[in-house]
Structure formats: structure tokens, C-alpha cells
Design a binder for this molecule. Structure first.
Ligand code: URA
Length: 217
């Protein structure tokens, strides 16, 4: 897997990461969603540099110009519900991408810390020969992405896979390195080192879904 940790370099991206982490700023859920969306836009722009391009002539009022335009068919597949603002950020740049949605949740046994990931809704177009862009804002243990990849297998073999995530834990990144094909790209805005016993990233941001859309019962 090729890891692109874009937060390593100084850029305005780190302002967005700072704001989603900050306990005061992150309480403004509209700003939180917009920051995740902006992160999706930055990561999407960067990943666009690895796509395939073909030449096209554009006619302006004063002449013609040859330009390179993306030739790949893209499918943006997001994990509900936390992936939605990231999904929107990618769609803001990839106008003609097709879309897939997958719901996955952590099922804890009684009061135990251990959990299994249940995938219980999936709507996606064919992935055969297409570029699959999988989005999940928090890559904690990597079990969600592992299960999602399994669930997507009947949809065909993508030409290439790009995983777009906001914050990841080292443990989760190592886990998915074994699961995904070697030529998979991981586009990530920050990497943290620890997980809580219940699989939350430290320092991370807290629960991305709750911050974006409110608490659940
Ligand atoms: N999901 C979240 O929303 N936050 C984490 O820290 C880990 C998984």
C-alpha cells in the first residue's frame, strides 16, 4: 500500500485538522461537516494526480488548446454515516463519479470492548475496471475497511483502489496493508499512534458520526 500522509507537510490542510480536533470548535457541527468536506476536497485533488488522463482539444473564443482530462471511471463509495461529508468533498471535485454507500457498525458483545463489524446495507454500481475511491473518515482498527472490501467483492475487480481517510491509527494502517492489494493508495490527513480499548483513536477527534450528525441512542 502506498501511504500519502498529507498532514506531514505544512499546508492549510492542517488548519482544518486542527479545527476538527479542537473540543470547542468541533461542537459547531456545521463547521465540523464543512471542515471534513474541505479535507475531502484537498485529498481528492491530490489523488487526482495519480489518475489516468487523455488529451482533449478545448475551443475558446480565440483558439484551441490541448488539455489532459481524467479518463477513468470513478466510483466513490462511502461508509455511512460518518463518511457523508467526506463523500461530498470528493464529489465537489469529481463531477461524474458514480456513488456507492455502505452501512457498517461496530457490534459490541454485552459490556465487552471487543467488537465485530457488521455490514448491513450496500448499494453500489459495478466496480469492474473502475477506480474505487473508498472513504471512511476514521481508520482506527481497519476492521471496517476489511469487511467493506469483502462485501464489495461481488461488484467486480476495480482497476485501482484509493482509500480516503481523515485520521488513522498506526495499528489500523498496518492491518489494512495486509488486506488490500499492494498498489492501493491511502490518502490520509493525519496519523495518530494510539487506540483506546474500545478502538477509538487517541487523540483523534472523538466520534466522527456524532460530531457531524448528532448523538445516537
Ligand atoms: N470512529 C470514530 O468516529 N472515531 C474514532 O476514533 C474511531 C472510529
Amino acid at each position: 500500500m502506498i501511504v500519502h500522509n498529507l498532514g506531514e507537510e505544512n499546508s492549510v490542510l492542517n488548519q482544518f485538522i486542527y479545527e476538527i480536533r479542537d473540543t470547542h470548535v468541533q461542537k459547531d457541527s456545521m463547521r465540523f461537516r464543512r471542515n471534513i468536506e474541505r479535507i475531502g476536497e484537498v485529498l481528492g485533488y491530490e489523488l487526482s494526480k495519480k489518475l489516468n488522463y487523455s488529451s482533449k482539444i478545448v475551443a475558446t473564443p480565440l483558439g484551441n488548446k490541448k488539455m489532459g482530462l481524467v479518463q477513468d471511471n470513478l466510483v466513490v463509495c462511502s461508509i455511512l454515516r460518518a463518511g457523508l461529508p467526506l463523500h461530498q468533498g470528493l464529489l465537489n471535485f469529481f463531477d461524474s463519479a458514480e456513488n456507492g454507500f455502505i452501512s457498517a457498525y461496530r457490534k459490541h458483545e454485552a459490556d465487552k470492548d471487543e467488537f465485530e463489524v457488521i455490514v448491513n446495507y450496500l448499494a453500489a454500481p459495478s466496480l469492474q475496471g473502475n477506480i474505487l475511491i473508498l472513504t471512511d473518515p476514521m481508520l482506527a482498527t481497519g476492521k471496517t475497511l476489511e469487511n467493506v472490501l469483502k462485501a464489495l467483492q461481488p461488484y467486480g475487480v476495480p482497476l485501482q483502489i484509493h482509500i480516503v481517510t481523515v485520521i488513522g491509527a498506526e495499528q489500523g494502517i498496518k492491518h489494512i496493508e495486509y488486506i488490500f492489494p499492494d498498489n492501493t493508495h491511502l490518502w490520509i490527513a493525519a496519523i495518530d499512534t494510539e487506540l483506546t480499548s474500545r478502538g477509538y483513536i487517541i487523540p483523534g477527534i472523538g466520534d466522527a458520526g456524532d460530531l457531524a450528525f448528532g448523538n445516537k441512542l
